[in-house]
Design a protein around this ligand. Structure first.
Ligand SMILES: Nc1ncnc2c1ncn2[C@@H]1O[C@H](COP(=O)(O)OP(=O)(O)O[C@H]2O[C@H](CO)[C@@H](O)[C@H](O)[C@H]2O)[C@@H](O)[C@H]1O
Ligand SMILES: OC[C@H]1O[C@H](O[C@H]2[C@H](O)[C@@H](O)[C@@H](O[C@H]3[C@H](O)[C@@H](O)[C@@H](O)O[C@@H]3CO)O[C@@H]2CO)[C@H](O)[C@@H](O)[C@@H]1O
Length: 604
């Protein structure tokens, strides 16, 4: 660690000294001879004048004019670079976007310097051209990418600009990120995400970012990259093959987070040539489908390489971490690799600014735990009217929100609806995805005009109305790494009915904050009759509790929980610190510095 100690040039990390701002990593580095130059040295403030956000008071000192002042030192923290194919609210098809949207501000709140890097899929009206351009090798071509930037909630949001992102997704921020329709991928996804990984490695070095009150200049090289899912798996490979041999990023580390093992980025083996990596990396990508019954022909597997080449592997709940190593079915044929490498599960938080019944901009009535019982029926009536169901505040309403993929079990739910719909209940299903499953949703109204509605749209307002107005949220997932729907629902007193898998096990307590249905068959091609029965019997059990004092108690238990990113951020901090990147120090306990970004910041 470079340490130069002269008065007011006492620094521990050069990236943290700019415009006369000196940040001391520890009290011992501040010498008695130091003199305050308030104004130039922004981290030093007059007592009582202003408290520096996320700062620690480390002592009092006489200033030149003789006044006693408090010396305040910012928590040295870490330089963190989150990289993802989605970043909410700018781009989101599901939970990956939520995590890149919500966890970084929580880390910034604790005094870390935080950047996200994601593609510029659209003309985001709040992000400006930095005019910084870099040339990157993608396949056999050299491509120019530019960086756009905005600073929100204490986070540098960096967007990678290249026609392969913008031309494909124009005006469709909630879809077409990975392919023209659900289930079909763009042919050039490998080139697109190779560009994302390389651009993310350039951003901390080339961008001179000065929006923050506390940090300025480039992030430098002492950074922790947090790569998310298969799209970012090449990052650690490029770090090792392109930068470190050139003496760059020598102390940088990469944490790789698995949000969904179902999507691994498996491609033809010959495509390895597209990635511009040395041959010694081949074995990390080498993969054969179906390891019990190998399918002919080798493949490359991006996620396998991400797991093997990163410094730490994480996932989004402890129970999912256990499931991933339990066998090929739940580990989706990477269980052996994960077992070898080790994995840590940290349960996700949810965005407590977006999902707050007291401030929700999509609901007409605001409420908290003391007013939920009178407010929810009013929102329920608005919800019923919105989707065209009979308006009756006494009927229990069940909601479902999710991507329509086999993972989410909307097909199992469709099969179970006839088994419980004769009871006094209404159900509203919101989702987009596979056409066959969207069709199942469309058919609900015809089959059960007074009881059920399916809405095959990505509709944020309706998602909020369902969670605020419904009594129950059903999450019948075959597998669920964490699940954010149940986390978003509970602060609204919307009681979850969940399959016993992944993060649903970690976050919903049977009989206390919700209802567990048992684990479902993970075989995606069939609907297991046992799972249909499990849904029907658990829904019946939940409906029996509806309206009783026990149900009111469950609502209160749900609403009393702290489900924000605050606690998960602390766990992430401990884990990332353990990677030992040069100059990294713990942060401090802090509050977010700015309100939630606008819901839709893309120009349509
Ligand atoms: N039609 C629609 N209209 C409006 N909003 C909609 C919507 N469909 C879904 N959403 C929103 O999209 C998000 C879905 O998040 P989830 O975590 O439940 O699932 P997903 O499988 O996408 O995420 C993956 O990554 C996350 C993050 O790690 C894990 O929690 C999860 O288990 C894993 O599968 C929620 O914010 C939800 O409100
Ligand atoms: O935030 C929602 C999820 O977003 C990501 O999942 C996407 C996945 O990474 C993409 O590869 C693609 O998946 C398709 C897959 O490639 C294709 O072979 C076929 O099976 O259809 C899939 C669905 O279209 O799109 C996924 C989003 O729909 C992220 O990786 C997940 O963790 C997030 O849950």
């Amino acid at each position: 660690m470079a340490t130069a100690t002269t008065a007011w040039n006492c620094v521990t990390r050069s990236s943290r000294v700019n415009n006369g701002v000196a940040i001391f990593a520890s009290k011992s580095e501040v010498k008695a001879s130091d003199r305050l130059r308030v104004g130039k040295v922004q981290m030093v403030v007059h007592e009582g004048l202003r408290v520096v956000h996320n700062a620690k008071v480390i002592g009092a000192r006489k200033a030149q004019n003789g006044n006693s002042r408090k010396l305040i030192v910012c928590g040295a923290g870490m330089n963190l670079v989150f990289v993802g194919a989605e970043c909410g609210p700018w781009s989101k098809t599901g939970g990956l976007g939520d995590v890149l949207g919500g966890l970084p501000p929580a880390m910034a709140a604790n005094g870390h310097r935080v950047m996200t890097v994601s593609p510029r899929y659209d003309q985001y009206k709040d992000a400006w051209d930095t005019e910084v351009e870099v040339e990157l090798k993608a396949g056999d071509k050299t491509e120019k990418v530019r960086f756009f930037h905005c600073y929100k909630r204490g986070v540098d949001r960096v967007f990678v600009d290249h026609p392969l992102f913008l031309e494909k997704v124009w005006g469709k921020t909630a879809s077409k990120i990975y392919g023209p329709v659900a289930g079909i991928d763009y042919q050039d996804n490998q080139i697109r995400f190779s560009l994302l990984c390389q651009a993310a490695l350039e951003a901390p070095r080339v961008l001179n970012l000065n929006s923050s009150e506390y940090f300025s200049g480039p992030y430098g090289e002492d950074v922790v990259f947090i790569a998310n899912d298969w799209h970012t798996a090449l990052l650690s490979c490029y770090l090792k093959s392109m930068y470190q041999p050139a003496g760059l990023y020598l102390s940088a580390k990469v944490a790789f987070c698995i949000h969904n093992i179902a999507y691994q980025g498996r491609f033809a083996f010959a495509d390895f040539a597209l990635l511009n990596l040395p041959d010694e990396f081949k074995s990390s990508f080498d993969f054969i489908d179906g390891y019990d019954k190998p399918v002919k022909g080798r493949k490359i597997n991006w996620m396998k390489a991400g797991i093997l080449e990163s410094d730490k592997v994480l996932t989004v709940s402890p129970y999912y971490a256990e499931e991933l190593v339990s066998g090929p079915a739940k580990g989706v044929e990477l269980d052996n690799i994960i077992r070898k490498r080790g994995i840590q599960g940290i349960v996700n938080g949810m965005d407590a600014q977006e999902w707050n019944p007291m401030t929700d901009k999509f609901t007409s009535v605001k409420y908290d735990a003391t007013t939920v019982m009178s407010a929810k029926p009013l929102i329920k009536e608005a919800l019923q009217a919105e989707v065209g169901l009979p308006v009756d505040k006494n009927i229990p309403v069940i909601g479902f929100i999710g991507r329509l993929e086999e993972q989410k079990g909307s097909d199992i739910l469709a099969a179970a609806i006839p088994e419980f719909i004769d009871q006094d209940v209404q159900i509203i299903v919101l989702g987009t995805g596979k056409k066959v499953m969207e069709k199942q949703l469309d058919e609900l109204e015809t089959e059960y005009p007074l009881k059920a509605r399916g809405v095959a749209k990505f509709n944020v307002k309706l998602a909020h109305m369902i969670i605020a107005g419904a009594d129950f949220i059903i999450v019948p997932s075959r597998f669920e790494p964490c699940g954010l729907i149940q986390l978003q629902a509970m602060p609204y007193g919307c009681v979850p009915i969940v399959a016993s898998t992944g993060g649903l096990v970690d976050t919903v307590k049977e009989g206390y904050t919700g209802f567990q249905m048992g684990a479902f068959n993970v075989e995606c091609e069939t609907v297991d009759p046992a799972d249909v029965t499990a849904i029907a019997t658990t829904v019946t059990r939940a409906l029996a509790v509806y309206g009783t004092p026990a149900f009111s108690e469950m609502i209160q238990n749900c609403m009393a929980q702290e489900l924000s990113w605050k606690k998960p951020a602390k766990k992430w901090e401990d884990t990332l610190l353990s990677l030992g990147v040069e100059g990294s120090e713990p942060g401090v306990e802090g509050e977010e510095v700015a309100p939630y970004a606008k819901e839709n910041v893309a120009t349509p």
